[in-house]
Design a protein around this ligand. Structure first.
Ligand SMILES: NC(=O)c1ccc[n+]([C@@H]2O[C@H](COP(=O)([O-])OP(=O)(O)OC[C@H]3O[C@@H](n4cnc5c(N)ncnc54)[C@H](OP(=O)(O)O)[C@@H]3O)[C@@H](O)[C@H]2O)c1
Length: 400
C-alpha cells in the first residue's frame, strides 16, 4: 500500500507536533510527510525536517527561512524547497502529493490556505476552527464543489462526527458540546477580573497553544465551537447545546428524538482525534493507554455560567445573525486575546471588545473571499480602537 501524503499547516504547534507523533506511531506504511508549514519556531521545524524529509517547507518570514537553511546546512541535510508567508502556506496546503492536509495554524492566517486545500479537493483534517467561524459558508461550499472531505480534529466535533455516524439528521434532537469550564470555572467574577496571563494559561485538563487556552478561559472557545458545529453538521443555533464537564472525558454527545443519548468518551489526548481524522473511515490501533473509568469514578456535568462567560452568548448571537458577523466576532476575539496576552487589557475586557465590534459591524452576506477578508480587517481595526480605549489609563492594568 502506498503511504498517504500529509501536509501540515502549523507543524510546530501543539496540534502539529501531535500530528507528527501520530504519523510516527503508525509507522511509515500509512502516512508520509510531504510538506510542512510553520511560523517562526525554526528550532522545532529543523528537527521535523530532519526526521520527516518533506519536499516543501514554509515559514512566516525571510529571517526564519534564512535561519532554517543555516540549521539544515549545519546538520548536512538536503534542503527542502523553502517558501515564505501566506503564499508558502498555500503551496503547502495544495501540494500535489498531499492527500490529507492537517489545518493546525492558529487564527485567520490559516483561512486562505485551508480554503485552497478544500478547493483542490484535499481531505482537510481541521483543527484551525477560526477558519470555519470566519467563513463557514465559503469553506463548506468549496468542499461540496470539489468533493473534498472536511473532518474535524477538535475533540468535541470529532466526537460528534463519531456519534452522528449512521444517524439520520432529522432524528437528532440536538447535539451537546462538552466544555472543561477552563481555569476560572470555580473562581468568582472578581477573581477573573484580576487574572494574570499566567493564571489564564493554566488550563486544568488540556495542554494547548496560548490562543486556544485563553479562549478556553473566557469560554469563547466553546462559542467558536458552536459556530464550527453548525457548519460541520448543519444544526441550527437552537439545536446546539453546551454542558460543562470538568473531567473532559465525555468529548460530546447527541440526543435523539426517542430520548437516546449517544456520547463519545476517551482519554484527554488530542492524538485520538487527530488519528481518527487522518485514518477515517478506517480505525487503527492507537498507542495511547485505554480509558479507565474506574480510576475516574465520578463524572460531573453542569450548565455554563453565562454571566461569568458572556462570550458564549456573543457567539450564539453571531451564528443567529449570520453573514459576516461571525467573521467580525472571530477577528475581534483574536485581537482582544492578543491585547490580553500583551497585558494591555484585562481578561474580562475581551468580551467587551468583541461586543462593541459586533454592535458596530455592518453585516453583509459572507459569500466571497473579498467580503470576508474586508470584514475581518475592519473588525480588527475597530477592535484595536476598543482595546486602546479600554487600556487607558495604563495604570488600570497595574497588577496588585
Ligand atoms: N491544541 C489543542 O489541543 C487544540 C484542540 C482543538 C483545536 N485546536 C485548534 O488548533 C489550532 C492550533 O492550535 P494549537 O494549540 O496547536 O496552537 P499553537 O500551539 O499556538 O500552534 C500554532 C501553529 O501555527 C503556526 N503559526 C502561527 N502564526 C503563523 C504564521 N503567521 N504563519 C505560519 N504559521 C503560523 C505556529 O508556528 P510557530 O510556532 O512556528 O510560530 C504553530 O505551528 C487552533 O485553531 C486551535 O483552536 C487546538
Amino acid at each position: 500500500m502506498t503511504p498517504k501524503g500529509i501536509a501540515i499547516l502549523g507543524s510546530t504547534g501543539s496540534i502539529g507536533c501531535n500530528t507528527l507523533r501520530v504519523i510516527e506511531s503508525l509507522g511509515g506504511e500509512s502516512f508520509r510527510v510531504v510538506a510542512l508549514g510553520a511560523g517562526n519556531n525554526v528550532e522545532i521545524l529543523a528537527d521535523q525536517v530532519g526526521r520527516h524529509l518533506p519536499e516543501l517547507v514554509s515559514v512566516a518570514t525571510e529571517a526564519a527561512a534564512h535561519d532554517l537553511r543555516a540549521r539544515l546546512f549545519e546538520r548536512d541535510l538536503d534542503l527542502p524547497r523553502i517558501l515564505v508567508g501566506e503564499p508558502g502556506l498555500v503551496e503547502v496546503a495544495t501540494h500535489t502529493d498531499a492527500d490529507c492536509v492537517v489545518s493546525a495554524t492558529v487564527g485567520a492566517i490559516g483561512f486562505v490556505p485551508t480554503l485552497r486545500a478544500l478547493e483542490a479537493g484535499k481531505r482537510v483534517a481541521l483543527a484551525n476552527k477560526e477558519t470555519l467561524v470566519m467563513a463557514g459558508e465559503l469553506m463548506t461550499r468549496a468542499a461540496k464543489q470539489s468533493g473534498a472531505e472536511l473532518l474535524p480534529v477538535d475533540s468535541e466535533h470529532n466526537a460528534l462526527h463519531q456519534c452522528l455516524k449512521g444517524e439520520h439528521h432529522h432524528e437528532v434532537r440536538r447535539i451537546v458540546l462538552t466544555a472543561s469550564g477552563g481555569p476560572f470555572r470555580t473562581k468568582s467574577l472578581s477573581e477573573m477580573r484580576s487574572a494574570t496571563v499566567s493564571d489564564a494559561l493554566r488550563h486544568p485538563t488540556w495542554n494547548m497553544g496560548a490562543k486556544i487556552t485563553i479562549d478556553s478561559a473566557t469560554l469563547m472557545n466553546k462559542g467558536l465551537e458552536v459556530i464550527e458545529a453548525h457548519w460541520l453538521f448543519g444544526f441550527n443555533a437552537d439545536q446546539i447545546g453546551i454542558l460543562v464537564h470538568p473531567e473532559s472525558v465525555v468529548h460530546s454527545m447527541i440526543e435523539l428524538i426517542d430520548g437516546s443519548v449517544i456520547a463519545q468518551l476517551g482519554v484527554t489526548d488530542m492524538r485520538h482525534a487527530i488519528q481518527y481524522a487522518m485514518t477515517y473511515p478506517e480505525r487503527h490501533a492507537c498507542e495511547l493507554p485505554p480509558l479507565d473509568l474506574t480510576a475516574l469514578a465520578t463524572l460531573h456535568f453542569e450548565e455554563p455560567d453565562h454571566e461569568k462567560f458572556p462570550c458564549i452568548e456573543l457567539a450564539y448571537r453571531a451564528l443567529r445573525a449570520g453573514g459576516t458577523l461571525p467573521t467580525a466576532l472571530n477577528a475581534a476575539n483574536e485581537e482582544a486575546v492578543r491585547g490580553f496576552i500583551e497585558e494591555r487589557i484585562r481578561l474580562t475586557d475581551i468580551h467587551k471588545v468583541i461586543e462593541r465590534v459586533m454592535d458596530q459591524h455592518a453585516i453583509e452576506p459572507a459569500l466571497d473571499l473579498e467580503t470576508v477578508l474586508a470584514a475581518d480587517q475592519s473588525a480588527r481595526l475597530l477592535a484595536n480602537i476598543e482595546i486602546e480605549r479600554l487600556a487607558k489609563p495604563s495604570a488600570v492594568l497595574a497588577r496588585s
